[in-house]
Design a protein around this ligand. Structure first.
Ligand code: NAX
Length: 334
């Protein structure tokens, strides 16, 4: 008998999810022997009349793909239905930043969504659930969700830095004139924001330290780091819309790693609930270098060293996350 995996996706009619749900249904992530049930959540028609209608259209298109691995599609505006028995919850849905709104306004506006969704996950999800928060600000949204869903163990809650990781790998590969698979041991430390630290000092290219292959330190510090931090803005400036299929690809890669593992001698980046590693206060959702054996659990790579440049960047992104935590502290039950 084939295995069934239930995957809840929020914001399922949005741009990122439109790319995400097709790949989840296709068998690419969970393999040809696993049947997938997609449980897709959108806002009620009273909030946006088009959202559920668009979701209905997406359901028909998923049916029309004829995937052998797709068992069922559930569309709903009720989080209790969407998260019912789910093994994975991919929290993509969030409100965008409105005109004149500051990042702190967005954090508070979206915070309320993640209070309710954290509670609904704890109440309804399968006992083995893994949660990936994509909706921004994803680290702090994840902090809010897990703080309100504490019946689910802390190590199940993740926020997405995999898109940033993939961006960093690609930028180093292009500069070195190699393909992406030659670049390993990249880390996105900290927040999925423009304070993140894309660490080139521990990265390798063709098995050698990246700094020996790309000897132009000024380029690494003054071009690679800010370009990776600001890549999302660069995409918006270029296309007038934010990253969509690359973001979906980051989420797919994150889940795929949890299912199949990270390669020996390499690691990836994920934001997880800190247990105090690298001096980050326990409980903060912080981007770390992570490995997994494919058992659904992330292990932080310990013992990496940062130089003075890296330490300053690390401190900046940690400080930002501590400030974000302060902004939402009334949404965090102790
Ligand atoms: P869209 O505006 O296209 O889609 C968002 C969808 O979420 C909408 O359909 C909306 O109705 C729905 N939604 C809002 N509140 C909801 C709720 N309470 N329950 C269920 N659905 C809800 O945005 P899209 O471009 O798809 O981006 C989605 C989120 O991903 C945004 O927050 C965006 O900032 C974030 N991103 C995060 C990235 C990352 O690397 N962590 C990169 C890409 C992306 O920008």
């Amino acid at each position: 008998m084939s295995k069934v995996v239930r995957v809840a996706v929020t914001g399922a009619a949005g741009r990122v999810s439109s790319s995400l749900i097709v790949r989840l249904a296709s068998g690419e992530v969970f393999g040809p022997e696993t049947k997938v049930v997609l449980q897709l959540l959108e806002v009620p028609a009273s909030v946006n009349p088009a959202a559920l209608k668009n979701l209905e259209g997406a359901m028909y298109e998923l049916q029309d793909c004829g995937f052998s691995t797709l068992k069922d599609v559930v569309i709903t505006d009720d989080p209790n239905v969407a998260f019912n028995g789910c093994n994975y919850a991919l929290l993509v849905g969030a409100a965008p930043r409105g005109p004149g709104e500051q990042r702190s306004d967005l954090i508070r506006k979206n915070g309320a969504i993640f209070v309710g969704q954290g509670q609904a996950i704890a109440k309804n999800a399968a006992s083995d659930v893994r949660i990936l928060v994509v909706g921004n600000p994803c680290n702090t949204n994840c902090l809010i969700a897990y703080s309100n869903g504490r019946d689910v163990p802390a190590d199940r809650w993740h926020a997405m830095t995999r898109l940033d990781h993939n961006r960093a790998v690609s930028a180093l590969a292009i500069k070195a004139g190699v393909t992406n698979d030659a670049v390993t041991c990249v880390t996105i430390w900290g927040n999925h924001s423009n304070t993140q630290y894309p660490d080139f000092t521990n990265a390798k290219i063709g098995g050698r330290p990246a700094t020996e292959v790309i000897t132009d330190r000024a380029w690494l510090e003054n071009t690679f780091v800010p370009n990776t931090q600001e890549r999302g803005k660069f995409i918006i400036d270029t296309t007038k819309v934010s990253s969509s299929f690359s973001a979906a690809n980051g989420a797919i890669d994150h889940v795929k790693s949890l299912v199949t593992g990270t390669p020996a001698g390499d690691w990836t980046s994920a934001a997880i609930v800190s247990k105090g590693e690298y001096g980050v206060p326990a409980g903060l959702v912080f981007g770390y270098p992570c490995t997994t054996s494919g058992d659904g659990n992330w292990n932080v790579v310990e013992g990496l060293k940062l130089d003075a440049f890296g330490e300053a960047k690390f401190k900046k992104t940690l400080d930002e996350l501590l400030k974000e935590q302060e902004v939402v502290k009334d949404l965090l039950p102790s």
